[in-house]
Design a protein around this ligand. Structure first.
Ligand SMILES: *Cc1c(COP(=O)(O)O)cnc(C)c1O
Length: 380
């Protein structure tokens, strides 16, 4: 027998908890139809033009992609008005997040700082890399206290992560606050990179006034990450990117696995950029659906946090069922949402904006759940 030993960081790793899949719920509860509103995917699915592009390029699957994905980086450079040499593309923005940590932080020596709760990939990848992670709790209303965040930063801090709009709350800080954070970091901690994760930024009502990337004035110490997984509907193809300080981008390319963005993902992304009608329809479906869910949840007595993203975080009414009971109830009725226990929020739930029908089905099932639970409550 071999005696394999695994690094301590991996032995006690609490791995990423993904949303449940449609197939596993169909099987478990013997359902013919399941609605998934758990992973913030695109409510309109995959653009038809993207599907055509994937089909058209299917025969090229035997080829390696061109090194550096130059067509894609050029298209991204044009879209965001930046030098193509500042762009790195990856197997989801998850890969870019991981690369930033691996390239900048020395294991056992450096640290990184983020909020608590936050997108779980940051602490998980930090842990795997052996990099200390320092967390600043969010305010009670889930807004960001950047003054307190800065108290965790010292000369060994190599990265600060901020998600805007935030996951799981949907909160988006004012642009001036993130600009001021970047300035303070630049002055006091010149070795520290501020990573702003804008995965959901295009869902905000006024992207131009909210996004650091769209502002056209990205500070020198900032990287902005974006993804094709949400507004462009390509989560399954795994494609994300970052705009970085130029010299840093070059190091990320060196450290990146050579072909992590595959041929079909690249073609799909280029086609997705061309399908502006689908993109606009997505943004509008999300804006309308978000309002409908916000109103519907509020009418049911839930507490709903304002969201600039394509999901809503909410709590059930006082005296209603526990969050996990409601989550299970919805599952048995063929609707998957996201419990937030893995974010340290056992009483909160998150629902992704779906199609009009899906939003209605979710609200109906939730109303039924609350009604049945309160009947039970009166019985005892
Ligand atoms: C969904 C999400 C991403 C995107 O991840 P991909 O790897 O690009 O699919 C990044 N950051 C946050 C906060 C997210 O919720």
């Amino acid at each position: 027998m071999p005696k394999l030993t695994v690094r301590r960081e991996i032995q006690n790793l609490a791995a990423y908890v993904p949303g449940l899949s449609i197939a596993e719920i169909q099987q478990k509860y013997h359902l013919s139809q399941v609605i998934k509103m758990a992973s913030n995917e695109n409510p309109l699915g995959t653009s038809p033009l993207v599907q055509e592009a994937i089909a058209r390029h299917a025969a090229e699957a035997f080829r390696y992609p061109q090194g550096g994905n130059p067509r894609l980086t050029s298209a991204l450079a044009v879209r965001h008005g930046v030098d193509a040499r500042r762009i790195v593309v990856g197997n989801g923005s998850d890969e870019i997040i991981d690369l930033c940590i691996r390239v900048l932080a020395e294991p056992g020596q450096h640290n990184m700082v983020c909020f608590e709760p936050c997108f779980s990939i940051y602490p998980i990848q930090a842990h795997i890399c052996g990099v200390e992670i320092r967390r600043q709790p969010l305010r009670d209303d889930f807004s960001f206290d950047f003054v307190q965040l800065l108290t965790h930063v010292d000369n060994n801090t190599r990265l600060v992560f901020v998600t805007m709009p935030d996951n799981p709350s949907g909160y988006c800080p004012p642009l001036v606050e993130i600009e001021s954070l970047a300035r303070t970091l630049a002055m006091q901690f010149p070795h520290c990179l501020l990573v702003v994760d804008e995965a959901y930024m295009d869902f905000s009502t006024n992207e131009a006034a909210t996004s650091l990337l769209a502002s056209g004035h990205m500070p020198d110490n900032v990287a902005v990450t974006r993804t094709f997984s949400k507004s462009f509907g390509l989560a399954g193809l795994r494609l994300g990117y970052a705009v970085l300080p130029g010299e840093l981008a070059e190091y990320l390319w060196r450290a990146r696995l050579p072909f992590s963005v595959n041929i079909l993902a690249e073609e799909a992304a280029l086609a997705a950029f061309n399908d502006t009608a689908f993109y606009e329809a997505t943004l509008s479906a999300v804006a309308v659906g978000r309002k409908k869910l916000q109103d519907g949840l509020t009418n049911l007595g839930c507490t709903v946090w304002p969201s600039a993203a394509n999901f809503l975080m909410f709590r059930l009414p006082e005296g209603g069922p526990a969050a996990h009971v409601c989550f299970e109830y919805l599952l048995t009725h063929g609707i998957i949402i996201r419990p937030l226990k893995s974010y340290g929020l056992p009483q909160h739930l998150r629902v992704s904006v779906g199609t009009m029908q899906e939003n209605q089905a979710f609200l109906d099932a939730l109303a039924q759940c609350l009604a049945e639970q309160s009947v039970h409550g009166e019985d005892v």
